[in-house]
Design a protein. Structure first.
Length: 219
């Protein structure tokens, strides 16, 4: 699903909850993302460990966010993905489960949207990352330089349909692909998104090791 169809302020996001949950994994764009300007690949391990739905839902928990942030109108939710994904879709092909969440900052001037997808293996996760990196972007978005997160990542900046600044990222951590976006009424600081992305990547790695995710920005 096109990013601008859901990245908007909290006043209108609730209307799109059903659309997001239905379309979370079924875009079919196959344009590979460019790594230009996003830093060199990190030494992040690339585990083949599968992540179950129960594990995946623990990753974007509110406890991972900064102190003062709160649950937004799009509450944390997850689902098992059936085997009816269109063969032409590289986004949901091989996907086993997905989870979404939205959190608002302390003064409700901004929010972070998180979308996670677990895949059956690294190959399908790589394909899902490539396709989601393309379908998550708007044609008006501009790719920006940002340190790499996970095994692969691409970051962009643009505006929501409500006219608010948005900074977004798609990353892959082993068999999990994450799309996230920070929308703010004034300035969608890329450092906020980067901090959230790094925390989520660490929590995914903890889940892949069979641990309870405890990495947090709170403090």
């Amino acid at each position: 699903m096109h990013r601008k169809r859901w990245v908007m302020n909290v006043r209108v996001l609730a209307v799109l909850i059903g659309v997001v949950l239905t379309a979370v994994g079924c875009g079919n764009s196959a344009t590979p993302p460019s790594n230009k300007g996003n830093g060199s690949p990190t030494a992040t391990p690339d585990p083949a460990a599968l992540v179950s739905l129960s594990q995946l839902k623990k990753v974007p928990d509110l406890q991972s966010m900064p102190n003062g942030w709160k649950t937004g109108r799009l509450h944390l939710s997850g689902r098992d993905v059936g085997k009816d994904c269109p063969r032409s879709s590289n986004v949901c092909a091989g996907m086993t489960s997905s989870a979404t969440a939205q959190y608002d900052n302390a003064d409700s001037t901004g929010n972070v949207y998180l979308e996670l997808a677990a895949y059956q293996d690294r190959d399908t996760a790589r394909a899902g990352y490539t396709s989601r990196s393309a379908s998550f972007a708007s044609k008006d978005d501009r790719q920006i330089s940002m340190p790499a997160v996970g095994n692969a990542s691409v970051a962009r900046t643009g505006f929501s349909i409500s006219g608010h600044p948005v900074t977004s990222m798609v990353m892959r951590v082993g068999t999990v692909v994450v799309a996230l976006a920070y929308t703010h009424e004034d300035k969608a600081d890329s450092q906020v998104l980067l901090s959230v992305a790094r925390t989520q990547a660490e929590r995914i790695q903890q889940a892949q090791r069979g641990e309870t995710p405890i990495a947090s920005l709170a403090g």
